[in-house]
Design a protein around this ligand. Structure first.
Ligand code: NAD
Length: 284
């Protein structure tokens, strides 16, 4: 991929969780393009291997490693593989995460009349605690556990840093997705906690908060069959001062800036919104 600017990450080892996914693959490729050796980690070995193979084919150095971010033993095993193949990790991108219908309501606002007319509608009162835990764990614990496992090798290592992936709903929750909103708010909060905790140990901890992007997963929710924006997409665009969706490539500059010791040596505990102004706009 073409990176927006070149950071010299030669000699660095980066690990990207959920690296087989849409954004993770962009992050892994951008870090490799700047010279880092990359461990593409994912729950799905095949997805991780595919991204690693693409990086190697483009002249970079990468390995695919299967690792569930919710399984500490699996993460420890992955760490052993990464150390053996590439060396200890300098840059950890905690990218694995996402929402799940199990943590989502059907309605945006509670409306007793609508519930009476549609008893099958899933409201706040029907949310399954297991679904809420699933989403909360995947995002929050799925950031905490890899940090525990990989930060041990970062202590005192010059330039070591962790980059978490927050979201717009960490600032103000989005309707329908209380679990995902709460979990991403927890990630922004945890980013600040970790930044403070590791400040004297030389590890910087920051995050990016992507705004609304069009990816394969949400394309059908955001656009009608004729290519016009759906009602939800219309609301998003009205709330985004730049009045457009972002592209995954547009996250890369922020990621590389935070990853680079030269550029961001005094930057820790920040969550950078990359959102076309969404988080700044009150709608008025
Ligand atoms: P994606 O679904 O394309 O990728 C997620 C990857 O994580 C997948 O490859 C999946 O196999 C992997 N994964 C899932 N569970 C895992 C587990 N337990 N252990 C290890 N890997 C696991 O999602 P994406 O859109 O690329 O999102 C990546 C990150 O960006 C997520 O944290 C998401 O919340 C965040 N984010 C995305 C957007 C967006 O618009 N796509 C916006 C804001 C934030």
């Amino acid at each position: 991929m073409a990176v927006p600017f070149k950071m010299d990450l030669t000699g660095k080892v980066a690990a990207v969780t959920g690296g087989g996914g849409v954004l993770g693959s962009y992050f892994a490729k951008a870090l490799a393009e700047c010279g880092a050796k990359v461990a593409v980690m994912d729950l799905m070995q095949e997805a991780a291997d595919k991204v690693a193979a693409e990086i190697n084919a483009a002249g970079g150095t990468a390995i695919g490693v299967a690792a569930n971010v919710l399984d500490k033993e699996a993460l420890e095993a992955a760490r052993e593989i990464v150390i053996k193949e590439l060396g200890t990790v300098d840059i950890l991108v905690n990218n694995a995460g996402g929402n799940n219908p199990k943590g989502t309501t059907d309605d945006e606002f509670y409306n007793a009349e609508a519930v009476k007319n549609n008893p099958d509608m899933k409201t706040f009162f029907d949310l399954d605690p297991k679904g809420v835990s699933f989403v909360f764990d995947l995002n929050f614990l799925g950031t905490l556990l890899p940090s525990q496992v990989f930060a041990q090798d970062m202590i005192g290592k010059k330039g070591a840093n962790i980059i978490n992936i927050s979201s717009m709903n960490a600032y103000t929750p989005l309707t329908k997705i209380p679990a995902y909103s709460g979990a991403k708010a927890a990630i922004s909060n945890f980013t600040q906690w970790c930044a403070t905790y590791f400040a004297k140990a030389g590890i910087r901890v920051n995050a990016i908060a992507p705004g609304f992007l069009v990816t394969k997963q949400n394309e059908k929710l955001l656009f009608n069959e004729d290519g016009t924006p759906s009602a939800r997409a219309g609301k998003i665009l009205n709330s985004t001062p730049m009045e457009r969706f972002g592209e995954p490539e547009e996250l890369v500059g922020g990621l590389l800036y935070l990853a680079s010791e030269e550029a961001a040596s005094f930057v820790t505990g920040v969550v950078i919104p990359i959102d076309g102004g969404f988080s700044s706009y009150s709608g008025v």
